[in-house]
Design a protein around this ligand. Sequence first.
Ligand SMILES: Nc1ncnc2c1ncn2[C@@H]1O[C@H](C[S@+](CC[C@H]([NH3+])C(=O)[O-])CC(=O)[O-])[C@@H](O)[C@H]1O
Ligand SMILES: O=C(O)C(=O)Cc1ccccc1
Length: 247
Amino acid sequence: MSKDPDRLFAQPLAQVPDFAFNEDVVRVFPDMIKRSVPGYPTIVENLGVLAAQFAQPGSVLYDLGSSLGAVTQALRRHVRTDGCRVIAVDNSAAMVERCREYLNGQDSMFQELLPVEVIEGDILALTFQPASVVALNFTLQFIAPDQRTALLSRIRQSLLPGGALILSEKLRFNDAEEHALLTDLHVAFKRANGYSELEIAQKRSAIENVMKPDSLEEHRERLLAAGFSKVVPWFQCLNFASLIALP
Ligand SMILES: Nc1ncnc2c1ncn2[C@@H]1O[C@H](C[S@+](CC[C@H]([NH3+])C(=O)[O-])CC(=O)[O-])[C@@H](O)[C@H]1O
Ligand SMILES: O=C(O)C(=O)Cc1ccccc1
């Protein structure tokens, strides 16, 4: 893994451009996501553990918005089910290129890993194969809000009996006081991880037009509207949570 520290927002910018998953972000991404998302390492590792419980023989496991393939690597560490394969999809060419390198590294260090295919493409344009596990790990928040239900419906249609969608997201809160408290605590988390007030403020303005979090209630209602039968939160750390949605 690249060890480059995230200093992308350390210098004052005359105008903060909208956040994009470009080569600069790719270079620092492992550091950025670990220092920005409370609970991220726990979510990724346990996503593999959860997936092993839902994986069905001979099926596909999807990692949608795979970035550098952290979830794909966790799936390959934990899932031993016969005939499964992983399909990782991301629409950032820079992410996909580096993801393939990391997965080649994993292949050279471990034997009998699940086969994996990394596709550079838009998850909104994907034709889903019958799947037992679909991971959307901090990806849905970057999809246009008016496209989210249709995407989840297509995922629901592709899910096999016994399978699951695992959805991790930054949360908004309908209660203003709860929202303000958890937002402040997230800022404290970033500060404790070495980000300056300037870095925190410039990153906030970079993501505000591209990343639109929903509340837990909105997620639950949308997942039920998309045809899921049950929504079970399994993790929350401050304003970041992960849910299991059953077909
Ligand atoms: N329409 C789209 N189609 C495909 N990919 C997309 C799309 N929109 C955004 N992405 C991709 O979704 C990823 C979101 S990051 C996921 C972290 C990863 N899951 C992890 O567990 O490390 C989350 C974050 O950075 O907060 C980026 O790589 C985008 O290129
Ligand atoms: O940094 C933040 O405030 C976030 O909400 C998470 C994040 C992490 C990595 C890229 C974009 C957003």
